[in-house]
Design a protein around this ligand. Structure first.
Ligand SMILES: [Zn+2]
Length: 347
């Protein structure tokens, strides 16, 4: 039947640029497609197609392919021959894997829609989709995303709603052109600090996760819209800290001494440190106390600071103050009066 439908679609002659065969109960892609090497648009959504035919490889001028709402289980290897493809719709299938090499030839792909499938992971090879600008993988079962995804330089919109993600890689900071990030309904507890480096990010939706606190510098993002309903955000309630003495390791005491002396430009240490690149490397990982400004190394108090969302952000109604993760050097600083920083109680 598929062949007959195609033949009637071919009445336009050999130069046919577009074929649309929706809701025809087709079980396979008609192999006669190979007679149409000039085809630009092929729309076969809402059929019963299980897999693509090898003849599809001849469609090297195809720019748009819609196989949405079929029964496909794998992003097929044949895709690699579609070197002109710009838009690929595979939503509403049963896709749980990419065939090896499927991404190899899709150098011009701009849009990939994999919504409503059964993917639990993405292959590292997604990094070969060099032109990818819009990627949508809502309603799948992703538990993680590969770091390689963060090397797609042109990616502007990333939709990962309704998955099972527990974290986002720090490398997300490399998505310099990312404007829109949807992470609704996942299991994310911590957002990476690298998120705060996304200067182009304008739209962030993290509703329905398990986030309590945001990374430092979060309020510097130039967002236009920010939604965070359904997260157990810290509320502004002072937590009484146990008035205990700080007990630091010898390494911590030595590191703090060296770091702070170097900041004061102690000439003896400035000279000595040149001889010890490992020490220099270690102390470069030091952090600064937001209260006293002094450096510390691996021991700190984890606190929360509440800041109003940036005025330019359009925010969820529940969000009056943004809880930011804040580190301070000691109980001595914590117990000082006049700061706006709260301890995080261990529950
Ligand atoms: Zn301090």
């Amino acid at each position: 039947m598929a062949e007959r439908l195609l033949i009637s679609a071919l009445k336009g002659g050999k130069d046919t640029k577009s074929i649309i065969l929706n809701r025809k109960k087709m079980k396979k892609i008609p192999s006669a497609l190979e007679k149409l090497p000039g085809l630009k648009n092929l729309d076969l959504q809402n059929n019963l197609i299980l897999s693509v035919c090898p003849e599809i490889s001849t469609l090297t001028q195809l720019t748009a392919l819609n196989l949405g709402n079929n029964l496909i289980e794998e992003v097929p290897e044949e895709m690699k021959h579609l070197i002109s493809l710009k838009k690929l719709h595979l939503f509403g299938n049963r896709i749980c894997r990419f065939a090896p090499g499927a991404c190899d030839g899709l150098q011009n792909l701009i849009l990939l829609n994999l919504n409503n499938n059964e993917l639990t992971q993405l292959p590292q090879e997604v990094s070969r989709l060099k032109s990818l600008t819009y990627l949508s993988i809502n309603y799948n079962r992703l538990a993680s995303i590969p770091i390689e995804l963060c090397f797609l330089e042109d990616l502007s919109e990333l939709q990962l709603n309704y998955n099972q993600l527990i974290c986002i890689p720090e490398e997300i900071k490399f998505l310099k052109k990312l404007k829109t990030l949807f992470l609704v309904r996942n299991n994310i507890e911590v957002l990476p600090e690298g998120l705060c480096d996304l200067k182009k990010l304008r739209m962030l939706d993290i509703a329905g996760n398990i986030i309590q606190i945001f990374p430092p510098r979060f309020q510097n993002l130039k967002l236009r819209e920010f939604y965070c309903e359904g997260n157990p955000l810290f509320l502004k309630q002072p937590v009484i800290a146990v008035q205990q003495e700080d007990v630091w390791s010898l390494k911590e005491i030595a590191s703090r001494f060296v770091m702070n002396q170097l900041e004061e430009k102690n000439p003896f240490l400035m000279h000595a440190i040149e001889q010890y690149p490992q020490v220099r490397n270690i102390i470069s990982q030091g952090k600064k106390c937001v209260i006293c400004g002094k450096s510390f190394f691996t021991m700190w108090l984890e606190c929360v600071q509440f800041v109003p969302p940036s005025k330019n952000w359009l925010v969820s109604r529940n969000l009056e103050l943004v809880p930011l993760r804040t580190l301070i050097c000691s109980y001595k600083c914590f117990n000082r009066r006049g700061h706006n920083i709260f301890g995080i109680a261990e529950v």
